[in-house]
Design a protein around this ligand. Structure first.
Ligand code: SAM
Length: 208
């Protein structure tokens, strides 16, 4: 679409994808993500911001006592997250916003989660800088995403797929977030790669 910025395109793409998202992602959760949502939730604490919260699939997993705020670019994804939170009787702060310009003060969260978001946020460096800014010193960054595989045949398939999805939907399969996490000033606590290295979980902290 003429004159459309990458971020505007993401909003349009995810607004369109929203009605089918939960059904489609449930399949990949079973075969690909290896319990990653629970891995994130068990490490959550305090005031938590979920960036690119989508339809809110993690919302029911966080332990009691965690105060959740969610931010999401797509109004249609966010509407589903609000309905999901209401069905779980969760009273949360869910708001529309851009991960690359988070609408929150510096040092206002103890945990920031981003799940399957940095593969599609147009400027992942900028988003990680924002996550760093809004975390308190000593705060936790928790990421789950699909990344370029360590196995060449899978990597080749990801690269081919990305030639289409990168152009049409701004969705990338050969990105890797871990080097960007270090670049943004975080210290790594733990990371794991699964499924031929194509799934990565990261737990890092903002130095105190
Ligand atoms: C693959 S979905 C993941 C949704 C959710 N985090 C999950 O785990 O199911 C990617 C999400 O990132 C959102 N997104 C993309 N760019 C964004 C941005 N700049 N700021 C906030 N959200 C963004 C999309 O609207 C979409 O909801």
């Amino acid at each position: 679409m003429t004159g459309e910025s990458p971020t505007e395109r993401q909003r349009r793409v995810w607004d369109k994808a929203a009605p089918a998202y939960d059904r489609q992602i449930a399949f990949f959760e079973r075969i690909w993500f290896g319990g990653g949502r629970d891995w994130l939730a068990t490490r959550a604490q305090g005031r938590l911001l979920e960036v690119a919260v989508g339809t809110g699939r993690n919302l029911g997993l966080y332990p009691p006592g965690v105060a959740v705020t969610g931010v999401e670019l797509s109004p249609e994804m966010l509407a589903i997250a609000r309905r999901h939170a209401a069905s779980l009787r969760l009273d949360l702060d869910l708001r529309e916003g851009d991960a690359q310009r988070l609408p929150f003060d510096d040092a206002s969260f103890d945990t920031v989660v981003c799940c399957l978001g940095l593969c599609t946020i147009p400027d992942p460096r900028r988003a990680l800088a924002e996550m760093h800014r809004v975390l308190v010193p000593g705060g936790r960054l928790l990421l789950l995403d699909h990344v370029r595989s360590t196995w060449p045949p899978v990597y080749a398939g990801q690269w081919l797929l990305e030639q289409v999805t990168g152009r049409t939907a701004g969705e990338y399969f050969t990105r890797r977030q871990l080097p960007l996490v270090a670049e943004a000033g975080f210290e790594l606590v733990e990371s794991e790669r699964l499924k031929a290295g194509s799934i990565e979980r990261v737990h890092a902290t903002k130095p105190a």
